[in-house]
Design a protein around this ligand. Structure first.
Ligand code: FES
Ligand SMILES: [Fe+2]
Length: 349
């Protein structure tokens, strides 16, 4: 639905010299690291008779099919057919598509779209300088959602559900007005949106209660969304900050795998405590994701209705979602994905 973008598709350290299958937008790819340490992305179906190349193995720069042993170069061209007599020329059509790849912030980015588009006209990979060379290693997490990626992304930048739905994990006040969201500004650029708002929690739970010892009236939460499939969130308590890049890997219409790269800027010098903190943060993160999944997969329509906003009733606190849908509308390719699927009762009759 969004073409000509760099999709974040995997964590860098998960791609090695064993082929890694990748399913993206209902299509199968294979990733592997060649002898120069570069990641290669190819179509997964062998040009010979369609076997999965992800079941094959890497030889130097090449990927060999497990079925009859055809070997593919990094550009996708087949360079060896074991059953052919030596000297037999290899047909030009003996090739699979190869895709541009970059590694950044501990993530693998694959360009999906027109490969004729000159490299300098591709929209950029979003900028996260603090993730380029972090002081301490990032931590990683993964959660699979039974939902379309437009819905998991909206969930990640939805400002008003957190204090309502994740009270247990985050903390809350008994005062009901603490779920109110003040008006906030959304900044929109060519391919991104950003928002920042105060967090009204006066009884924090979990790690932050331990670290802060007290509530911070200046606590802030920041959100970013970057086309096509990245969200970012930061929680800042005074000088303490926890931030995450979340990539929403659109496996198919019903499945999204969310992987995150997480950084914090405190307790970096105390290994034991840091380790405990990482474990605790991961636990809280998992609980939050599970709570999200239960609700997000029930949303109808399945694809966020970016074409006609009147299909839902968005209010002031949904400003991030309104901006997100405008970006989707601007860049989506209607011929690739039909307009948002309507709920059954609306399509019937
Ligand atoms: S199917 Fe791959 S070599 Fe035959
Ligand atoms: Fe949530």
């Amino acid at each position: 639905m969004l073409e000509n973008f760099w999709y974040a598709v995997e964590l860098s350290h998960e791609v090695g010299t064993r082929p890694t299958p990748l399913r993206l937008l209902g299509k199968d790819y294979v990733l592997y690291r060649n002898s120069q340490g570069q990641i290669v992305a190819l179509d997964n179906q062998c040009a010979h008779r369609g076997a999965s190349l992800a079941l094959g193995w890497v030889e130097g720069n090449c990927l060999r099919c497990p079925y009859h042993g055809w070997s593919y170069e990094t550009d996708g061209q087949c360079s060896h057919i074991p059953a052919d007599a030596a000297g037999t020329s290899i047909p030009k059509r003996a090739r699979v598509q190869s895709y541009p790849v970059q590694e950044k912030y501990g993530l693998v980015w694959v360009f999906i779209g027109s490969l004729d588009l000159p490299a300098d006209r591709r929209p950029p990979i979003p900028d996260f300088p603090q993730f380029e060379a972090p002081v301490r290693p990032a931590t990683y997490s993964r959660h699979e959602f039974a939902a379309h990626f437009t819905r998991t992304m909206e969930n990640a930048i939805d400002t008003s559900h957190a204090l309502f739905m994740h009270k247990g994990a985050i903390g809350a006040s008994n005062a009901p007005q603490n779920t109110e969201i003040d008006d906030y500004e959304v900044t929109v650029s060519d391919y991104e949106l950003a928002a920042s708002l105060p967090i009204k929690v006066n009884r924090l739970n979990g790690v932050m209660r331990f670290v802060l010892q007290q509530d911070d009236p200046e606590a802030h939460k920041s959100y970013r969304f970057a086309l096509p499939n990245v969200t970012y969130s930061a929680v800042q308590f005074g000088r303490y900050k926890i931030e995450s890049i979340m990539v929403h890997i659109p496996v198919d219409d019903e499945t999204t795998v969310v992987k995150s790269v997480n950084l914090r800027n405190f307790l970096n010098q105390v290994p034991g405590l840091g380790h405990w903190l990482d474990g605790n943060t991961a636990q809280v993160g998992n609980k939050i994701m599970q709570e999200d999944d239960v609700v997000v997969k029930t949303q109808v329509p399945q694809v966020a209705p970016y074409g006609d906003m009147r299909q839902e009733l968005l209010v002031a606190s949904d400003a991030t979602l309104i901006a997100y849908r405008k970006l989707l509308k601007r860049y989506s390719v209607p011929s690739v994905l039909p307009e948002a699927v309507l709920p059954a009762q609306q399509t019937a009759g």
